[in-house]
Design a protein around this ligand. Structure first.
Ligand code: 6GP
Length: 829
C-alpha cells in the first residue's frame, strides 16, 4: 500500500512539474495566468490594482506550497504544538513581507519590471488587515512572524472580523469614524476552508442526568452558530516553514432556529439565520473597556470554542488518552480576552470526555499560560454573572466550581483572612455580581507573563499581589519584542542594506544579536555619510506623504519629531501638545537673532481615539487647533510645523518610523505595560525621548541612558506625588500654556475647558504639571544634540546597534523555553 501511495505521489509531482519555479520568466507567466484566470481580465488590458491582485495570487500559490509541506511535516513529527489564542491580530499588509520572507523579492521586482510594472507601486494597492486595536494586536502579529521564522510548530487562532478597526476621518479637526470594509476588494491572503467548520452553542438550560450510575450535567443549548475557518499562511524568513493563522467567521447553522421553519415562519427564520453572522462582524474599537457587552462575550466564546474543537480533533487524530494532552498541546492566551477557554476545556473534558474533575483540572493547569498587557486593574475584564449565566450557563457553573475549590485551597494557606479571599475570588460580589476573568486565568495558568520588567513588578506588587504571594513561581517577565523583518527589512530597505553591508552578512535578519556589531563603526565617517543619506531619503518620502495628506510643506532640515500611538490620557499626547505651545510661545517672543538659534522642528502626531473616549477626541482637536495657528503664522515659518497624520495604521507606521529623527513615549511612569512602538523607532535609529516606563527602562540599559532623552517622575515616585494632590503645582510655564488654551488662544474655548480641567485644579492624575519642566529640559537636550550632527548620527547608530534585545525572536525563544516547553520542527527543503 505504501508503494502505491509513493508511486501516486511521484506521478502527481511530475504532473505538477515539481515545485513552483521562481525565475523571472516563470513568475511573469504566473502573474499573467492569474490576470487571465483569477482576476479574469485580459492579459493585454489590466490596471495597477488588477496587477496587484494577480501578483498577490501568484505569491499566495508559493505560500500555500510551503504551508502544505509544513503541515505535512508537523503531522509526521507530531511535536508539542503551541496554540496562540488572540482576539486581535494587527497584520497590516502582507505582500512585501511575504516575498521577503519567501526570499524572492528581487525575482518578483525583476519580473514586474519586465511586464512594465513597479513592485512598490503595486504594493501600495494593498489595504491593511486591521483586525486589532493597538499594542497587543500588533505584538501578536510580530510574534507570529517569529514563530514561523524560528520553525516552531505553532498555530494562531482568532476572529475574522468583517469590519476591522474603524477608519479615522478628520473633519474640521474632529475625528469621525468610518467602517473599514476591508474585505470588499477581496483578500488574496486567506484560504476559505468551507469544510473546516464547527458548531458553537449558546444559551439554553442545564439538565441533570444519571449516566453509568454517575450524576452528570447536560447542557441543552438554545442556539447554534457555525464557525468556518479562514486560513492565513504566515511564512518564516530563511526557512521553508509557513505556519497557519486560522481565523473563524460566523455562518448560520442548519440547526439554527429549526422551530421557525417547522412552524412555517420561513422568512423570519431566514432573517434570524442571518443574525448569526453578526458575531464576527465587527472588532470592538476600544482597547481598554468592553465590560458587560453580550456580543463581546459571544465573540470570545465563539472563537475559543471553535479553536478548541479544532485542537482536540487534531489531538484525537493521533492520540486517544488525554493524559498525553499536555505533552502535545500548549495554549497561550493573549490577555484575558480568551480566558473563557479555561472553562471550555473543563467542560469538554468533564462533560464530553467524562474525565473526573481533578484529572481535568490537572490537565487544564498544565496547558495554559497567559500574558497580561494591561496595567490598571480597571482594564481587567469582568463579566456580569447574569450575562454569563444566560449566554453560557454551563460555563458559569464550572467557574463557580473552580472558584469553590480555589477558596478551599486558599483557606488552607490564609485561614480566615476574608479580605484576601474576597480579593482573590473569581466571583466579585457587589452591586453587579461579576466574574473576574483575570482571576480565573491566574487560578489556572502555570505561567503569568508580564511584558517588561517594570510591568512584571507592577503585577507582582500591585495588580496581582495576593496571587504572587501564593504562587511566586508562576510569574515571569517576557519583555516584548518586534520583528526586524517587518520593521527594518520591509519598511526601511536602505537601512537594511547598510546594516548588511557593514556587518558583511544578512544573517542579522534571523539572528538579531549580530546587529550589535554596528557599534564598532559608530564613529566611522563613511558609515555616517551613508546613514545620513538614508535618513534624508526616508524623510523626503515622509515629507511628500505629509504634503499630500495635509498640504503642509515641511523642511527636510528640521528635526522630525514623532508621537504615533493610540490616543490615551496616560500616553500624554497632551503633554506633547502643551510642549509645542510652549515652543511656539517662545518663538513668538524672540527677536531675529534668537530665532537663528532655534532648531527647526516638525512635530508629527498620529493615532486613533476610541469612538466613545471624549478626552482623547478633544486631544485630537487640540492638536489640529494648534496646528492651524502655528502653521499659518508668518513669524514662525519653518521653525515649527505641527502635523496630525490621519488614520494611523500599520502601513502608515512603516512609512513614518524610518523618516523620523526623534520619537516620544510620554506615558506617566507605571502606566505603559511595555510599549512596542519605541522598539520600532529604536531599530530605525530614531532617538527616543521617553519616561522611565515600560520597556524604555530596559532600552536605556541596552543603549546607555546617555543615548536617549529620559525624563520625568519615576514609577516609585508616582503614588506619593499623587498623594500630594492639590499641593502639587506645575511650573509657571505650565500654568501659562494651559491658560492660553483656556483663554481661547487656539479657539474652541468652551470645548477645551474640560480638557484643561483634567490637568489643573488638583486633578492632574497623570502628573503633566509635575513633569512639564523636566519634559521641556529633555526637549532642550534633544535640540542641543541635534545641532551636533556628528554626535546625533552616532547616537542614532548606537540606537540601532543596541536594539537586538527587542526582537520578537528573543521573546518567542523565551516563551518557547520558559512557558510552553516546545521545540523547533523544521520542514526540510
Ligand atoms: C498594550 C499595552 O498598553 C502596551 O504597553 C504593550 O506594549 C502592548 O499591549 C503589548 O504588550 N495593551 C493593549 O494593547 C491592550 O489592549 C488590554 O491591553
Amino acid at each position: 500500500e505504501f508503494g502505491d501511495r509513493k508511486a501516486k505521489a511521484e506521478k502527481m509531482f511530475r504532473l505538477m512539474d515539481g515545485f513552483l519555479k521562481n525565475d523571472s520568466i516563470s513568475l511573469q507567466k504566473d502573474i499573467l495566468d492569474h490576470v487571465e484566470f483569477t482576476v479574469a481580465r485580459s492579459r493585454f488590458n489590466f490596471d495597477d490594482f488588477e496587477a496587484y491582485q494577480a501578483l498577490a495570487h501568484s505569491v499566495r500559490d508559493r505560500l500555500i506550497e510551503r504551508w502544505h509541506d509544513t503541515h505535512l511535516h508537523f503531522k509526521k513529527k507530531d511535536p508539542k504544538r503551541i496554540y496562540f489564542l488572540s482576539l486581535e491580530f494587527l497584520m497590516g499588509r502582507s505582500l512585501t513581507n511575504s516575498v521577503i520572507n519567501l526570499g524572492i523579492q528581487d525575482q518578483y521586482a525583476d519580473a514586474l519590471t519586465q511586464l512594465g510594472f513597479d513592485f512598490e507601486v503595486l504594493a501600495e494597492q494593498e489595504g491593511d488587515a486591521a483586525l486589532g486595536n493597538g499594542g497587543l494586536a500588533r505584538l501578536a502579529a510580530c510574534q507570529m512572524d517569529s514563530l514561523a521564522t524560528l520553525d516552531y510548530p505553532a498555530w494562531g487562532y482568532g476572529l475574522r472580523y468583517q469590519y476591522g478597526l474603524f477608519r479615522q476621518i478628520i473633519v474640521d479637526g474632529f475625528q469621525h469614524e468610518q467602517p473599514d470594509f476591508w474585505l470588499n476588494f477581496g483578500n488574496p491572503w486567506e484560504i476559505e476552508r468551507v469544510h473546516v467548520s464547527y458548531p458553537v452553542k449558546f444559551y439554553g438550560t442545564i439538565e441533570e442526568e444519571v449516566l453509568n450510575g454517575k450524576k452528570c450535567k447536560i447542557w441543552i443549548p438554545g442556539e447554534s452558530v457555525e464557525a468556518v475557518a479562514y486560513d492565513n499562511p504566515i511564512p518564516g524568513y530563511g526557512t521553508r516553514n509557513a505556519i497557519n493563522l486560522r481565523l473563524w467567521a460566523a455562518k448560520p447553522s442548519d440547526q439554527y432556529d429549526m422551530e421557525s421553519y417547522t412552524t412555517g415562519d420561513y422568512i423570519n427564520a431566514i432573517v434570524n439565520r442571518q443574525k448569526a453572522e453578526t458575531i464576527s462582524n465587527v472588532l470592538y474599537p476600544d482597547d481598554r473597556s468592553y465590560q458587560g457587552k453580550e456580543l463581546r462575550l459571544k465573540q470570545q466564546y465563539f472563537f475559543v470554542s471553535a479553536s478548541l474543537q479544532d485542537i482536540i480533533r487534531r489531538f484525537k487524530d493521533l492520540h486517544s488518552n488525554f493524559d498525553e494532552f499536555p505533552d502535545k498541546v500548549a495554549l497561550q492566551i493573549n490577555d484575558t480576552h480568551p480566558s473563557i477557554s479555561i472553562a471550555e476545556v473543563m467542560r469538554v473534558l468533564v462533560d464530553e470526555e467524562n474525565l473526573d474533575w481533578s484529572k481535568a483540572w490537572g490537565i487544564a493547569c498544565s496547558i495554559f499560560s497567559v500574558t497580561i498587557h494591561a496595567v490598571q486593574p480597571e482594564g481587567l475584564e469582568k463579566i456580569p454573572v447574569d450575562l454569563l449565566g444566560s449566554v453560557l450557563p454551563r460555563h458559569l457553573e464550572i467557574i463557580y466550581e473552580i472558584n469553590h475549590r480555589l477558596m478551599e485551597e486558599l483557606k488552607k494557606s490564609f485561614g480566615q483572612d476574608y479580605d484576601r479571599l474576597s480579593r482573590m475570588s473569581i466571583v466579585e460580589e457587589g452591586a453587579v455580581k461579576s466574574i473576574r476573568m483575570a482571576n480565573l486565568s491566574l487560578a489556572c495558568c502555570h505561567t503569568v507573563n508580564g511584558v517588561s520588567r517594570v510591568h512584571l513588578e507592577t503585577l507582582k506588587t500591585r495588580v496581582f499581589k495576593d496571587f504572587y504571594e501564593l504562587w511566586p513561581q508562576k510569574f515571569q517577565c517576557k519583555t516584548n519584542g518586534v520583528t526586524q523583518r517587518r520593521w527594518i527589512v520591509v519598511s526601511n530597505p536602505s537601512l537594511c542594506s547598510i546594516i548588511s553591508k557593514w556587518l558583511g552578512t544578512e544573517a542579522w535578519i534571523r539572528n538579531i544579536d549580530l546587529i550589535a556589531g554596528l557599534r564598532e563603526y559608530a564613529k566611522d565617517p563613511d558609515l555616517h555619510t551613508e546613514w545620513k543619506n538614508m535618513k534624508r531619503v526616508n524623510k523626503m518620502r515622509l515629507a511628500e506623504y505629509i504634503e499630500t495628506l495635509t498640504s503642509v510643506k515641511v523642511s527636510l532640515d528640521a528635526m522630525f519629531d514623532v508621537q504615533i500611538k493610540r490616543i490615551h490620557a496616560y500616553k500624554r499626547q497632551l503633554l506633547n501638545i502643551l510642549g509645542i505651545i510652549h515652543r511656539y510661545d517662545c518663538i513668538k517672543n524672540m527677536d531675529e537673532s534668537d530665532k537663528r538659534r532655534v532648531v527647526p522642528r516638525v512635530c508629527i502626531i498620529g493615532g486613533k481615539a476610541a469612538p466613545g473616549y471624549e478626552v482623547a477626541k478633544k486631544i485630537i482637536k487640540l492638536c489640529h487647533a494648534v496646528a492651524d495657528k502655528v502653521n499659518n503664522d508668518p513669524d514662525v515659518g519653518d521653525l515649527l510645523k505641527v502635523v496630525f497624520i490621519p488614520d494611523y495604521n500599520v502601513s502608515v507606521a512603516e512609512l513614518v518610523i524610518p523618516g523620523s529623527d526623534l520619537s516620544q513615549h510620554l506615558s506617566t511612569a507605571g502606566h505603559e505595560a511595555s510599549g512596542t512602538g519605541c522598539m520600532k523607532f529604536l531599530m530605525n535609529g530614531c532617538l527616543l525621548l521617553a519616561t522611565a516606563d515600560g520597556s524604555a527602562v530596559e532600552i536605556a540599559e541596552e543603549i546607555g541612558a546617555a543615548n536617549m532623552f529620559l525624563f520625568g517622575a519615576k514609577v516609585d515616585e508616582v503614588p506619593a506625588l499623587r498623594e500630594k494632590g492639590t499641593t502639587l503645582k506645575g511650573s509657571l510655564q505650565f500654568a501659562r500654556v494651559v491658560r492660553m488654551v483656556r483663554d481661547g488662544y487656539f479657539g474652541f474655548k468652551d470645548y477645551f475647558k474640560s480638557l484643561c480641567d483634567t490637568v489643573e485644579d488638583g486633578g492632574d492624575f497623570y502628573l503633566l504639571g509635575y513633569d512639564f519642566a523636566r519634559y521641556l529640559e529633555a526637549q532642550a537636550a534633544a535640540d542641543r544634540a541635534f545641532v551636533d550632527q556628528v554626535k546625533w548620527t552616532q547616537m542614532s547608530i548606537l540606537s540601532t546597534a543596541g536594539s537586538g534585545k527587542f526582537s520578537s525572536d528573543r521573546t518567542i525563544e523565551e516563551y518557547a523555553q520558559q512557558s510552553w516547553g516546545i521545540e523547533p520542527c523544521k520542514c526540510p527543503f
